[in-house]
Write a protein that binds this ligand. Structure first.
Ligand code: SAM
Length: 264
């Protein structure tokens, strides 16, 4: 088979994933824009708006620390973290909300740190970085996080259920788990067009723009392998979360979906 990663054993998968993200770190934005025709920016804006970070938490003890304590897992280049801090600051006039960007990959974190220099959060209490595997983050205390986000990250994790269990552990009761990930397209006709795009255009764009066909081939395969909306909702439930409403929202016909869970 020409699908390079299909026969990779789980034990080797983590280092391969590491190599993929080290290799894509620099061309990351260009590639995202090309692959998604720019739509990933709209999805990310929508994701952050739907979470409304920095808005007041009604049931909270007035003596508690102000603002939200947010953990952005697989936060890589800081795309989601900076958006959340901007939203808290500009929309909710909240200067206390803080984000920890956590990622397993030092190159991605270094790129995030470099980009943070251009933001007002550089070198402030509001932004910190943590190199860690999402499946086990012992340096984050239990019941300490208001909002846990993971955007286009979890499909790369070796043990997704372990990561969900860890998300449950670190969240405070009432805390929110929010995940945006590639998902399953519901319309068969649109799905056919989408699959053609994924399997032919994306590796080609990867080859031409990033000089790296295999990494992008891997990304396409990881999208294929990721569970359906309903299956993934089941895994979130299994970790102990309460599921609000339907539990997920499809974006662009299911190309991506936002899943949410609340720790009881
Ligand atoms: N959230 C960012 C965004 O949407 O732009 C980055 C997403 S990027 C596609 C996926 C990230 O997941 C990479 O930075 C990669 O290093 C990270 N990652 C992969 N496996 C991980 C793991 N087990 N724990 C934490 N991060 C991981």
């Amino acid at each position: 088979t020409h699908f390079g990663f299909t026969n990779v054993p789980e034990s080797e998968k983590e280092s391969r994933v590491g190599a993929v993200f080290s290799s894509v770190a620099a061309s990351y934005d260009t590639m995202n824009d090309l692959m998604s025709l720019g739509i990933h920016r709209l999805w990310k804006d929508h994701f952050v708006r739907s979470l409304n970070p920095g808005s007041s938490i009604p049931a909270r003890d007035p003596s508690a620390q102000k603002g939200w304590n947010i953990l952005d897992i697989a936060g890589g280049t800081g795309d989601i973290a900076f958006r959340m801090l901007d939203h808290a600051t500009n929309i909710n006039h909240d200067l206390d909300t803080r984000v920890t960007i956590s990622d397993i990959n030092a190159s991605m974190l270094a790129e995030g740190r470099k980009r943070s220099v251009q933001t007002p959060y550089y070198n402030t209490q509001r932004l910190s970085f943590l190199e860690a595997n999402a499946e086990s983050i012992p340096s984050i205390p239990s019941d300490s996080i208001d909002l846990y986000t993971v955007v286009f990250g979890i499909r790369n994790f070796t043990d997704k259920q372990a990561a969900l269990n860890e998300a449950f552990r670190v969240l405070k009761p009432g805390g929110v788990f929010a995940c945006m990930e590639f998902s399953k397209v519901d319309n068969p006709l649109f799905d056919a067009v989408y699959k053609r795009w994924n399997f032919s255009a994306i590796p080609l764009i990867g080859q031409i723009v990033a000089g790296d066909r295999d990494s992008y081939q891997y990304l396409v395969e990881s999208i294929e392998r990721f569970p359906s909306q309903e299956e993934f909702r089941g895994m979130i439930q299994k970790a102990g979360f309460m599921i609000p409403g339907q539990g997920y929202e499809n974006l662009t016909g299911g190309i991506a979906a936002i899943h949410k869970g609340i720790k009881p």
